[in-house]
Design a protein around this ligand. Structure first.
Ligand code: G6P
Length: 612
């Protein structure tokens, strides 16, 4: 969380920084600020979004060819102008932007106060810049050395950029636990939390590693050192990110664009992996671990948010098809509860961003216990992609809307391919069944496309229920994670309270909430526990709840019971989540738009949660 961007080179920094902040705004939007170095360190910052910062700065002097900027997701201190980044050091000769949390900030702050430092904000970040100033002044060391010494005293996570009035041609950047990418152009450098602000100018990038400090100087080679003062050789990689994938492409919101991209993103996530004619699935990224997966006695899936829901589908898939016991864990719980992990275990970490702090910590824990850790990630070069032993990328393309949509279906498709591959190798499904499933998989993008055509019908339902205060989502089997994901989408972007429940569990609690005002979304596709779900629908109807049913085409039985229905194409039971999720994404989208909510940047949320 928090987005940081910096520039040094021949161009005016301000337009590059502002554009960069817009691209990074998905990481937090509580406040924004910019610092330009032009004789003095000039800071402009305000509460609110980047557009508000632009209005605030309008008419001011924004000249300078070196600068940095920040968009904040508040941790320490409420979102206001004082707590917004950048922060000055006490004598105003230094300024900092920071993404992460300094855990020992309390102790450091008290020590600095005793030494006469005065704090203007409530942030942990201000502690760090005062500390750097203190070291620089008292130990009479260069800026980079002062930063290095300070970082050795810090406990916590950080990605920082520091500018100094006395070093007008230098940027110091460092990271631990929070992401940082350096773009290398011709006579210019870019620094950012991810590559999106950089791609427009260069595709040569260096992904910084934890505990590294970059010394970036005008017209000089990039230098990278560790905080233990060991110089390392920067590894320059080529970015494969297109600029058009970062724009809305004619849609009103990124979320809607991303929902509509799903036929493509699902296809891309299968491309080169599913070979229908040869009847094989090849997963190059985990080839070395294939045998281990086949022999696995247990798989643990760890993830957060929507990725956790994909993990739940993964559990059903791996148990059902490959007959391997699976546990699905919230990363934040897993990492702190002394889990039993052995060298024989395989841990699969799922993350869209590849930066979620809790998932990263869960990976480190599993690795420390000797487990094999595989990743399912969307962002190449991300911390999780690098921390895992091996993995498979979802080829969903950049996901910018804070509420995850296409990343979910891409994660599910990758898990499906994985489960099928193991099942085939283990012999837990027959060859003919395997072939049959592969052909069905090929049809999924088209079936998603057909489902997207129901948009107007979904919108009409959204109009009826946009003002309710609660929603219940019910599903069983593979549709239980779908119910959870549907409810999460609605909560996230429309701020309507919604609960996802296993349909049969409803009678153990939520049934008490059902009355004529309660819309109940039921995923009631044929196969599996279809008949049982019909009974659950009856139970809701008996209490006058309003039924919105997701059904297979031509299902007259449920149509008669439901107040509203959306028909989706029929498929294999375990592939239903890929299709049934679509109308639920659209439903929450339309409700949120009708309620005038900020769909792409819902309040209090961030897309990349780099704090625990
Ligand atoms: C945040 C996002 C969610 C996402 C979750 C996990 O809460 O708003 O959309 O599902 O983090 O993120 P990850 O990048 O690890 O999938």
């Amino acid at each position: 969380m928090c987005g940081i961007v910096a520039y040094i080179g021949p161009r005016e920094a301000y337009p590059i920084l502002i554009k960069g902040l817009h691209r990074l705004e998905y990481r937090g939007y509580d406040s924004a600020g910019v610092c330009l170095l032009h004789d003095e360190l000039q800071i402009y910052k305000c509460k609110g979004k980047v557009s508000e910062l632009e209005l605030f700065i309008d008419g001011q002097d924004t000249s300078g060819t070196i600068g940095m900027a920040h968009t904040r997701w508040a941790t320490h201190g409420e979102p206001n102008q004082v707590n917004a980044h950048p922060h000055y050091s006490m004598n105003k000769s230094l300024a900092i932007i920071h993404n992460g949390i300094i855990e020992n900030y309390g102790t450091l702050r008290s020590e600095l106060i005793n030494r006469g430092y005065v704090f203007t904000s409530e942030t942990d970040t201000e502690v760090l810049i005062h500390l750097i100033e203190d070291i620089k002044e008292n130990e009479k060391v260069e800026l980079e050395e002062a930063v290095r010494i300070a970082l050795n005293q810090v406990i916590g996570a950080y990605a920082i950029v520091v500018l100094s009035k006395e070093n007008p041609d230098m940027i110091i950047a460092a990271r631990k636990g929070s992401p940082m990418v350096i773009g290398i152009g011709k006579d210019e450098f870019f620094v950012a939390s991810d590559a999106t602000p950089i791609v427009e100018y260069t595709n040569n990038v260096v992904f910084m590693n934890d505990e590294e400090i970059a010394i970036i100087e005008r017209n000089k080679e990039l230098i990278i050192k560790t905080i233990r003062n060991k110089t390392t050789t920067p590894y320059i990689q080529k970015l494969e990110l297109s600029l058009t994938s970062l724009e809305k492409g004619g849609f009103d919101h990124f979320m809607l664009k991303e929902i509509y991209e799903q036929p493509r993103s699902i296809r891309d996530s299968m491309r080169g992996r599913l070979h229908l004619e040869q009847g094989i699935i090849s997963l190059g990224g985990i080839r070395e671990y294939e045998q281990k997966l086949i022999n696995a006695r247990r798989i643990i899936i760890t993830a957060c948010g929507t990725s956790w829901h994909a993990g739940l589908v993964g559990e059903y898939l791996l148990e059902d098809l490959a007959r391997i016991p699976v546990e699905v864990e919230y990363s934040s719980e897993f990492r702190y509860r002394n889990p039993i992990i052995s060298e024989e275990d395989i841990v699969i970490a799922i993350s869209q961003s590849g930066e979620t702090a809790d998932t990263l910590a869960a990976i480190e824990l599993a690795k420390s216990k000797g487990a094999t850790v595989l990743g399912i990630c969307n962002v190449v070069g991300s911390s999780i992609a690098r921390a895992t032993h091996a993995g498979i990328f979802t080829h969903a393309g950049p996901e910018i809307g804070v509420a995850s949509t296409k990343a979910f279906t891409a994660q599910v498709i990758v898990l499906t391919l994985m489960a099928l591959k193991i099942a085939m190798k283990k012999g837990t499904i027959t060859q003919s069944r395997f072939f049959q499933i592969l052909s069905e998989l090929e049809t999924i993008p088209e079936k998603v496309e057909l489902t997207l055509k129901k948009n107007d019908e979904v919108k009409a339902i959204a109009k009826i229920y946009k003002d309710v205060r609660n929603f219940i989502y019910l599903g069983r089997g593979y549709n239980f994670p779908v119910a959870l994901e549907g409810a999460l989408k609605l909560k996230e972007i429309s701020y309507i309270h919604a609960e996802g429940y296993p349909a049969a569990e409803m009678k153990h609690g939520p049934i008490a909430l059902i009355d004529a005002q309660m819309p109940v979304v039921v995923i009631a596709t044929r196969r599996g526990t279809y008949e049982k779900v019909i009974s659950n629908i009856q139970e809701v109807r008996a209490r006058k709840g309003k039924i919105i049913a997701i059904i297979n085409e031509g299902d007259e039985a449920v149509k008669k019971l439901a107040d509203h229905f959306i028909e989706i194409p029929e498929t294999e039971e375990f592939l239903v989540p890929l299709i049934a999720t679509i109308p639920l994404q659209l439903l929450s989208y339309h409700i949120a738009v009708m309620r005038r909510c900020n769909v792409d940047q819902p309040r209090n949320l961030a897309k990349s949660v780099t704090v625990e």
